[in-house]
Design a protein around this ligand. Structure first.
Ligand SMILES: [Zn+2]
Length: 306
């Protein structure tokens, strides 16, 4: 049996696993992402996973973006700016190494083993602190010339809308990310329910609970976010004939308070028959999707290289 080494790098957690050709995990480990010396921590993690086990044949890495031809500058990891991650991991392991964005890996993982299996054109969306995405077209990830294809969180759904942190205007993320829905709800009179201690910072999880309990402002915040997501999904479906959308990320755990208004909004904004035919599904792999996608990336790379 042969394996690849899959690595998933996020702002709070590093994860690695040895994965076989069917997607089964032989062993895996995680550790917190340190503020600096991230490569040292990653080296320790790789040792822990590969240890005295079988030697992997290739490495696939998913990392928060933006990316640029093998370098990464994750927004929430200030110590890495244009950091040559692919080459560093190649030097660390001595193996063929391939890199993609974390949400691109999520999409690829869901296509391989999750809710997007069999889809000829898939969009994966991660709704969390920010909004990320990835496309898998004809079974292959669409990465783009510098590695940034699929950044659907920064598609404009309202050109007259609010300024986004990215510098753009009217981006989906400004309406539908967890912190932005929470911010909007607070600005519009949402007061987290009595069961939440006063000291706790209001967040999207509390907002989802209150929306499920029928709080009108919380419900409206999710409807507003879902409508922005629907605009992005319909536009992406129109551009790439996407047939399946898999939605993951922490905010997707809100369930019906997100997915029901999303279905209604898609029914409203979608026009052409192939756009209206798009199917939206929640993630089935959850937090494991990124690692699965990184493994698939490595398998495809090792086959194309041999
Ligand atoms: Zn933006």
């Amino acid at each position: 049996m042969t394996y690849v080494l899959a690595i998933d790098i996020g702002g709070t957690k590093l994860a690695a696993a040895l994965v076989d050709e069917e997607g089964a995990v032989l062993r895996s480990a995680t550790r917190p992402t340190p503020g600096e010396q991230v490569m040292a921590a990653l080296g320790g993690l790789v040792d822990e996973v590969t240890g005295d086990g079988p030697a992997p044949v290739a490495v696939g890495i998913g990392c928060a973006g933006p990316l640029d031809r093998g370098t990464v500058s994750p927004v929430n990891m200030p110590s890495w700016r244009r950091f040559p991650l692919r080459d560093e991991v190649r030097a660390l392991t001595g193996l063929p190494t391939v890199l993609a964005g974390d949400a691109q890996c999520m999409a690829l993982g869901e296509h391989w083993l999750g809710a997007g299996r069999g889809s000829s054109a898939l969009l994966g969306v991660v709704v969390s602190t920010g909004i990320g995405g990835g496309l898998v077209i004809g079974g292959r990830p669409l990465l783009g010339p510098t590695g940034n294809a699929g950044h659907v969180g920064h598609m404009t759904v309202d050109p007259y809308g609010e300024r986004c942190e990215c510098g753009g205007r009217g981006c989906v993320e400004r309406y539908a990310s967890g912190p932005n829905m929470t911010r909007w709800a607070l600005e519009n009179g949402w007061r987290p329910g009595a069961e939440h201690p006063e000291t706790a910072r209001p967040d999207a999880r509390m907002l989802a609970r209150d929306a499920a309990d029928g709080d009108p402002v919380a419900v409206a915040a999710f409807e507003r976010g879902a409508t922005a997501l629907a605009g992005m999904i319909a536009s992406t479906a129109a551009a790439a004939e996407v047939s399946t959308v898999v939605v993951g990320g922490g905010v997707s755990g809100a369930g019906p308070v997100l997915f029901e208004p999303l279905a209604r909004a898609l029914d409203d904004v979608g026009g052409l028959a192939f756009v209206r035919a798009v199917r939206v599904r929640p993630t089935t792999l959850g937090v494991r999707a990124g690692l699965a996608g990184a493994a698939k990336l490595a398998w495809d790379y090792s086959r194309s290289a041999s």
